[in-house]
Design a protein around this ligand. Structure first.
Ligand code: G3P
Length: 225
């Protein structure tokens, strides 16, 4: 499941109580309703323990938040690709700012994802790391300046040059790699600005999850497309 070429929204559930357990299921169902009503591809990335339940209940793509660079065997507490794949995950975030990985490990998870047709989204923090990530041939690089994560200040408006620089460098290195941007994104204007800068979509969390009405917030996010 590659998804490149579509406008893509990935809602990262992180570990907020508002997006944990039963709340995760409700948020995934609300995301599915918005996807059905608008035709926009919305993927959700719940915690590993919530994955199986959510993939059984909704038809939108469900992603893992992280996969460890391991093969099956003795690795207590880690996340095995084969496990999330069998739980129905269609893709995974890799190297999120809150779960950084070594370069060789990122490479291993990108390659393992590709073998089972799971969409790989490698998160980066600046133009140089985006360039490095693109050489590993993931499906997407998601540029997220860490200082803006959870800030409510949208990267597409606060640091447009980082998004544009990432789009440019990835286009030069491997135009098959899609670019997403994230950090502080919450409104339709933020999303519109991201696409105008050349991103194919957004990766976001708090602006939707912590909104008084997440479905309404998600509707607002895609309202200007
Ligand atoms: O993975 C999405 C993320 O790190 C951005 O978080 O809360 O700024 O939308 P937020």
């Amino acid at each position: 499941m590659k998804m490149k070429g579509e406008t893509l929204v990935i809602l990262n559930f992180k570990t907020y109580m508002e997006s944990t357990g039963l709340n995760a299921l409700k948020l995934a169902q609300a995301s599915e309703e918005v996807a059905d009503e608008t035709g926009i591809t919305i993927a959700v990335a719940p915690q590993a323990a919530d994955l199986w339940k959510i993939t059984e209940e909704v038809d939108i793509p469900v992603f893992s938040q992280h996969i460890d660079a391991i093969e099956a065997g003795g690795h207590t507490g880690r996340i095995l690709l084969e496990s999330v794949h069998q739980a129905g995950a269609k893709g995974t975030l890799i190297n999120h700012s809150e779960q950084r990985m070594e370069l060789a490990d990122i490479d291993m998870v990108v390659q393992k994802s590709s073998k089972v047709d799971m969409t790989s989204v490698v998160c980066t923090n600046n133009v140089d790391t985006s360039a490095a990530a693109a050489t590993l041939k993931p499906d997407f690089v998601a540029i997220e300046p860490p200082e803006l994560i959870g800030s409510g200040i949208p990267v597409s408006q606060a640091e447009p040059e980082v998004v544009e620089g990432t789009v440019q460098v990835i286009h030069d290195i491997n135009p098959k790699v899609g670019v997403l941007c994230g950090a502080g994104i919450s409104t339709g204007d933020d999303m519109k600005a991201a696409l105008k800068l050349g991103a194919e979509g957004v990766l976001l969390a708090s602006g939707i999850i912590l909104a008084p009405n997440p479905k309404e917030a998600l509707m607002g996010l895609v309202s200007k497309l």
